[in-house]
Write a protein that binds this ligand. Sequence first.
Ligand code: EAX
Length: 326
Amino acid sequence: MKLKTLAACLAVAATTFGLLPAASAQTTMRISISIAQNSHQGVAIDTFAREVERRTAGRIKVQPFYSGALGGERESIEAVQLGTQELTFSSTGPVPNFVPEARILDIPFLFRDKAHARMVLDGPIGQDMLNRFDSKGFKALAWGENGVRHMTNSKRAVNTPDDLKGLKMRTMENPVHVAAYKGFGIVTTPMAFPEVFTALQQGTVDGQENPLSVIMAAKFDQVQKHLSLTGHVYSPAIFLMNKAAFDKLSAADKTAFIEAAKEGVKVNRARVDEDDAKGVAELRSKGMQVVENVDRARFVQTLAPVNADFERQFGKDNIDRIRNVR
Ligand code: EAX
């Protein structure tokens, strides 16, 4: 055994058996997002990190990683489940692969607007859904927001659902989205977010769909000509933590983490509102052609058969319970 390894083993043994105090009383945890720091998700995890540190008097540090540095959203959620990474902030894109009940939140045209979605997620339905992560190895700290998704592509202006037929579009790795977009006649290509810019640039896909916040943060205006404000689906986000790492915290620290997540959500939503307010003008100034008024009713109508299928799968009552929150 090398000397260094031996010393390390002795130190671990000494700490484990309480012979020595731990080298440092400070713990560092990691949190990741798949998009850039300068975004609605970046402000969420930066605020969370700052608040955890403040509320634990510096005993716990959270180190943020941006732009998929620790992998895409599915990989990050997997790492959190396994405990190789403590925390992640993710859209619900890949979440149904871990917690199938969460599929219902990604149904197109489910929410009237952001206010409706926030009310549902902050209320009993949202809390109940957070609790469902417990049995899958997660502690879901809070619902955040990715935003209302719109479509972009490099081929043509999209005014009606017919214009989507045959477009090859990247989708999230989300079964509900894939089913719905097929209903529009889109040729769906599920892909992790960190690969999307290159896929658009190289023409592997014609388009993609994301909130204005993401389109701007990822600079998709450089590789996409057309934007249509389809608002076809609300995209939640979530603060996820490894369950065992959370359970190890003192009661006071648990509260600190949950409160820190709530602070993150506040700035996250405020930034989404800001991005939505300025996004069209900004993306136009960068050369995108924007269709602001699509015939929403026709988009909703086109998805009627798919929606009937979702009602059968997820229960019409469950869907109505969400729709009826006012
Ligand atoms: O979470 O994969 C996606 O399109 C997500 O919206 C993006 O990574 C932000």
